[in-house]
Ligand binder design. Structure first.
Ligand SMILES: NC(=O)c1ccc[n+]([C@@H]2O[C@H](COP(=O)([O-])OP(=O)(O)OC[C@H]3O[C@@H](n4cnc5c(N)ncnc54)[C@H](OP(=O)(O)O)[C@@H]3O)[C@@H](O)[C@H]2O)c1
Length: 232
């Protein structure tokens, strides 16, 4: 059975990816900090006949990541954990800035560095990172978040060029607005126009299921029902 590791799997897009990959016959390691929410995700997957286990992990903690993931045999790594502190630069504190870089940028190093050697050694594996359309556009309040998502795109492409010769695929999935609790948002009827987390999960499932010689490196996923006030 193939194994997938999904970071930020306790809710939102990561939970939807974990549930979708479990339906596609992956054993899913669901990583995040909230044990209660992770246990709910694992229970939901098992209730559907899938296989999953919870991994309580702060991906921004290098020692914790190394202790739990070094040498792990993972077929598909989905780097999904991310935070968005959306504020104008002048209102962004040093702590906001550091936290966002720690989770959205530095954790990519810790987690990917831990599992990539085994992928390279067996000449197979897929690293799929959740970026954002924010990573290739500017908006007020996005100076830190959007920059971290630009990093995701740039890092993913360089990594892809480095490891494809070792049989390892690297992809980035870039969603538009998705109904989740991102940035402390409370989902409501006003979100009807947005993508659902399952829409992003379906894209990830496709990206990681292509034939061995085919790589979808970058996938941008948008809603068609964007309100005129937000169109750009
Ligand atoms: N929602 C959108 O509109 C949208 C659009 C484009 C891209 N994205 C990207 O999609 C990804 C998922 O976002 P979402 O919308 O699903 O947000 P969400 O509902 O807030 O979920 C974020 C997930 O990340 C986890 N997480 C946060 N910090 C973590 C840490 N230090 N260690 C481990 N896990 C951590 C959270 O779990 P714990 O709190 O339990 O740790 C949670 O499972 C992010 O990378 C985000 O940038 C979102």
């Amino acid at each position: 059975m193939r194994t997938a590791l999904v970071t930020g799997a306790s809710r939102g897009i990561g939970r939807a990816i974990a549930e979708r990959l479990a339906r596609d016959d992956y054993e899913v390691v669901c990583a995040a900090r909230n044990r209660t929410e992770l246990d709910e995700v694992v229970a939901a997957i098992v209730a559907e006949g899938g296989r999953a286990r919870a991994l309580v992990l702060d991906v921004s903690d290098p020692q914790a990541v190394a202790a739990s993931l070094t040498g792990a045999e993972i077929d598909v790594l989905v780097n999904n954990a991310g935070i968005g502190i959306l504020k104008p630069f002048m209102e962004t504190t040093a702590a906001d800035w550091q936290r966002t870089l720690d989770v959205n940028v530095n954790a990519l190093y810790h987690v990917t560095r831990a599992v990539l050697p085994a992928m390279i050694a067996r000449r197979s594996g897929h690293v799929c990172t959740i970026g954002s359309i924010a990573g290739r556009g500017a908006f007020v309040g996005g100076s830190c978040y959007a920059a971290t998502k630009a990093f995701v795109t740039s890092w993913s492409e360089s990594l892809m060029l480095e490891v494809r010769e070792h049989g390892v695929k690297v992809s980035v999935v870039m969603p538009g607005s998705v109904t989740t609790h991102f940035n402390d948002h409370v989902p409501s009827d006003q979100d009807a126009w947005k993508l659902r987390a399952s829409d992003v999960a379906d894209t990830v499932a496709y990206v990681v299921s292509t034939p061995p010689n085919v790589l979808v490196h970058r996938a941008e996923v948008r809603t068609l029902t964007v309100p005129k006030s937000r169109a750009r």
